[in-house]
Design a protein around this ligand. Structure first.
Ligand SMILES: [Zn+2]
Length: 408
């Protein structure tokens, strides 16, 4: 599956996988030099003295681009998982100091080496499921030192292991507990964010994007507007956690600010869908959250696709609501719960994910000149990638022409 074709994919073009039967790729210096049928590629002069890697009978596709993760965190929240099963809501747990604030406490207490080791293990697992690029957000630090600690670790990990990391500053995840009891606490935290954190992140070149959790219990529309405007003025791209718990108007704000993506979208209405459809802002759906929380309220993927929005899929890997690094599992959920076709789901997790990270010229499809980032699945038919769930069918992962993971 080359995924060659329109960028980004909208509507019916989302089903176009650019399938080549008996295909081959020629890779040199980490880049794709030729792609086509095996006969076409083998007939090239420059293909005569190459090292051959046979993957016969398997399905090759671009490495997954996971455009929404919270990579660095200190621990699982399995205790809250059990409370949720017993009936406590995500917001009830948050009010009791659980949820995001629980992860913040643990992250601040954790040492950098332990955080890094945990993230590195997760990155190896991302690769084992066919993922070659991820976006990673800060947001469990929420003070200057801890936010910078997360983003610095992401930068180190980016150069020390093969999975590409795109960093996003999410200082506006929630208001940290030390500001909650204070008069004008939220405003004071926003001042810290605008006056200290954002300028530091930008001057140290620690992030490409700024994200805001614009929702009930997090930041209001007006607060989000101020934060994103400041981020844009400092040259960052912007993205939003939008309409997850309530309809806040975040999607419209994202479209107005030409956000790279609005993510979650469980609560969008018809106007939001229309606005996304007319925009370049990607609608990133995260069905792993609904699955893990046991919520039936999935985002309206069909309405978004049919209206012409650019739909992407991501894991939202995080300890509270989506503890998975498996894009194949997300594809299974997209098909069975969001009613996306297997082809639509695969395009949403590759080329449209790359578009959501503004890397569509380098990754997301198998085309001449692009990075040789690919995944090989042990299946006979591409539809078996989402069809099997919770199973390991990825056989090999290649990043920049190097095999970075292979099944025993
Ligand atoms: Zn998230």
């Amino acid at each position: 599956m080359t995924l060659q074709g329109e960028i980004p994919r909208r509507g019916s073009s989302l089903s176009n996988l650019g399938i080549v039967k008996n295909g081959a790729l020629l890779v040199r210096d980490g880049r794709i030099v030729a792609v086509g049928t095996r006969a076409q590629v083998e007939a090239r002069k420059d293909a005569r003295a190459v090292e051959k890697l046979h993957v016969g009978g398997r399905v090759v596709l671009p490495g997954f681009v996971d455009s929404h993760t919270h990579l660095i965190h200190a621990a699982s929240r399995a205790d809250e998982y059990e409370l949720k099963i017993q009936g406590a809501s995500y917001e009830e747990i948050a009010r009791q100091g659980g949820g995001i604030l629980n992860s913040v406490t643990k992250l601040r207490a954790a040492n950098a080496d332990a955080l890094k080791a945990r993230a590195r293990a997760a990155l190896e697992e991302f690769a084992s499921f066919g993922t070659t690029t991820i976006e990673a957000k800060s947001g469990y630090g929420l003070d200057v030192a801890s936010e910078l600690k997360i983003l610095r670790l992401q930068r180190e990990l980016k150069s020390e292991q093969p999975v590409e990391i795109v960093s996003t500053f999410l200082g506006a995840h929630v208001v940290p507990s030390e500001f909650r009891g204070k008069v004008n606490g939220t405003e004071r935290y926003i001042s810290l964010l605008l006056d200290r954190m954002l300028p530091d992140v930008v001057s140290k070149k620690l992030a490409e994007f700024c994200d805001v959790f614009c929702d009930r219990g997090a930041f209001t529309l007006e607060q989000s507007r101020r934060i994103l405007r400041a981020a844009l003025q400092l040259g960052l791209g912007v993205r939003l956690h939008a309409e997850q718990l309530s309809r806040s108007g975040a999607t419209r704000l994202g479209v107005e600010f030409r956000a790279a993506s609005c993510d979650h979208l469980e609560q969008v209405n018809a106007t939001d869908i229309g606005a996304l459809a007319k925009s370049q802002t990607v609608a990133t759906l995260l069905p792993g959250c609904n699955f893990h929380l046991g919520s039936k309220n999935y985002a309206p993927a069909r309405a978004l696709i049919d209206a012409g929005a650019v739909v992407a899929l991501a894991t939202d890997y995080n300890p509270g609501t989506s503890p998975t690094v498996s894009t194949p599992m997300i594809l299974s959920l997209a098909c069975s719960q969001l009613r996306m076709s297997p082809a639509e789901a695969i395009a949403a997790a590759t080329i449209n994910g790359a578009y959501a990270l503004r890397r569509e010229r380098r990754i997301g499809s198998l085309e001449t000149g692009k990075q040789a980032d690919l995944a090989v699945f042990e299946v006979e038919d591409y539809r078996e990638i989402p069809y099997y769930f919770g199973m390991q069918r990825c056989w090999m992962t290649m990043k920049n022409g190097e095999v970075v993971w292979m099944k025993d």
